[in-house]
Design a protein around this ligand. Structure first.
Ligand SMILES: *Cc1c(COP(=O)(O)O)cnc(C)c1O
Length: 453
């Protein structure tokens, strides 16, 4: 097999700043062992998130210069609208400043006390917006998703029996819509099959429930379908993406992921009345409908980004580069969630350092250890993030999210070497305790202390 190369060359470079272990030791203690408190200039390779951290293309920068910043009816809006309509088939397209703004508008309109919103797995902001409206957010992903070693090809699928069970229990009239997140971010970036989307849609149609996509990573999901779902190998990712959108009655999208831009969001709707209400909410809280929460130049960059993200070579490279990282880590014996997802690799820290109990935050210990060793920033998704919320923590995970078009294969090789080395000396990792924490979302600002060995 030939190496799948980065399908671009580099025109603008941004130097990386090297630091020594001694410097990082000081930086860590100033940040109280919380990498959210580390300045980006002190990070060598930043895998904190793939959201808004991608590199734009020369065509996107050129489009930015062409942008029309008129308040109403700007050309940039019409170019953007035409592009989004061509890809998704939606007529009602509202630009927002990012994904959570689309979610807020949607759930302010359809949520409320007594309502229940199912999803395969709600992303944090989606859950927060559902709950803020007074509604209940329910996760219905298939059971295979809970087993880190289960290599089900579509581990993001919704469990159809659980969906039927929920509808029977609470009644369709209490379910304003059913969401499906593609790919399933909270479940490890795992894809949802077209077959599963069709089944969800069928059940929803039977009960008169609209089906919505949380389509932040729609292109990565489409590429997984092309690779894995029988009968779809000869379709383009663009055509598969369209099949996904054709099933949906609406979609919320953060353009900071597969939009290939640094800021932006979309709310797509079919229902005329809901669109009018959403437009009014948009005008009140984000901006006039021909710019929403964005500048004309953002709309231009987004329109171009949506085209580029559906390029077959780009998607092939994207999924392969994440898979490459995952495969090499597995070869080194590093326990990860399998199979690799579309945008990130998740280290199973409970297995990585079994000598550190959950109450001593094993995933945070790995995050701190990796920064100390190599200047690589990752993020804890485990007892630090969820432990204070009363939510059950199944797995102690360290997420390595890969920004789009930013790092090369040698950067990934360096990450692999660093993690392999950390794994070899994992016995030296120490547990932590929280010395100070805020009331909510403690992972962003909590302060830690390492326990003595
Ligand atoms: C990022 C993300 C969101 C929220 O989008 P923002 O642009 O960060 O507000 C919602 N759902 C999923 C699945 C996401 O990955």
């Amino acid at each position: 097999m030939k190496t799948i190369i980065e399908p671009f060359r580099i025109k603008v470079v941004e130097p990386l700043r090297m630091t020594t272990v001694a410097e990082r030791e000081e930086i860590l203690s100033a940040a109280r062992l919380n990498v959210f408190g580390v300045r980006a200039r002190d990070v060598l390779i930043d895998l904190l998130t793939d959201s808004g951290t991608g590199a734009m293309s020369s065509e996107q920068w050129a489009a930015i210069m062409r942008a029309d910043e008129s308040y109403a009816g700007a050309d940039s809006f019409y170019r953007f609208h035409e592009k989004v309509k061509a890809i998704t088939g939606f007529e009602h397209i509202l630009p927002t400043h990012q994904g959570r703004a689309s979610e807020r508008i949607l759930f302010e309109l359809v949520g409320g006390p007594g309502k229940v919103v199912p999803n395969n797995n709600h992303f944090d902001t989606t859950r927060a917006n559902v709950e803020r409206s007074g509604a209940e957010a329910v996760d219905l992903v298939i059971d295979e998703a809970r087993d880190p070693k289960n290599r089900h090809p579509f581990k993001g699928n919704m469990d159809i029996a659980k969906l039927r069970g929920l509808i029977d229990r609470v009644g369709a009239e209490h379910i304003p819509l059913c969401m499906v997140t593609v790919t399933n971010n909270s479940g490890g970036g795992q894809p949802v099959s077209l077959e599963n989307l069709r089944h969800v849609k069928e059940v929803c149609r039977e009960h008169g429930i609209p089906m919505f996509l949380d389509a932040c990573r729609f292109a990565e999901n489409a590429c997984f379908i092309k690779k894995r779902e029988p009968g779809l190998q000869n379709e383009s990712c663009r055509a598969i993406a369209r099949k996904m959108f054709d099933l949906a009655d609406g979609a919320t999208i953060s353009a900071k992921k597969d939009g290939l831009v640094n800021i932006g969001g979309l709310l797509l709707l079919r229902d005329h009345k809901l669109n009018l209400d959403a437009r009014n909410n948009l005008i009140l809280t984000e901006g006039f409908p021909t710019y929403g929460g964005l500048a004309g130049r953002d709309l231009e960059a987004l329109a171009q980004g949506l085209d580029e993200v559906l390029d077959e070579h780009y998607l092939e490279y994207r999924l392969r580069s994440v898979e490459y990282l995952g495969e090499r880590l597995i070869e080194h014996g590093v326990p990860i969630l399998e199979p690799p997802g579309g945008h990130a690799i998740y280290i199973d820290a409970g297995q990585f350092c079994p000598h550190i109990p959950a109450q001593q935050f094993p995933a945070q210990a790995v995050v701190v250890g990796l920064y100390r060793l190599a200047g690589i920033r990752s993020v804890e998704i485990g007892s630090v993030m969820f432990g204070g919320t009363g939510r059950k923590v199944d797995l102690e995970l360290v997420r390595l999210a890969i920004p789009r078009r930013v790092y090369t294969q040698s950067h990934m090789d360096f990450v692999i070497e660093a993690i392999a080395e950390l794994f070899a000396r994992r016995d030296s990792l120490r547990g932590l305790r929280i010395v100070e924490e805020p009331e909510t979302l403690r992972h962003f600002t909590a302060k830690f202390e390492e326990l003595s060995a």
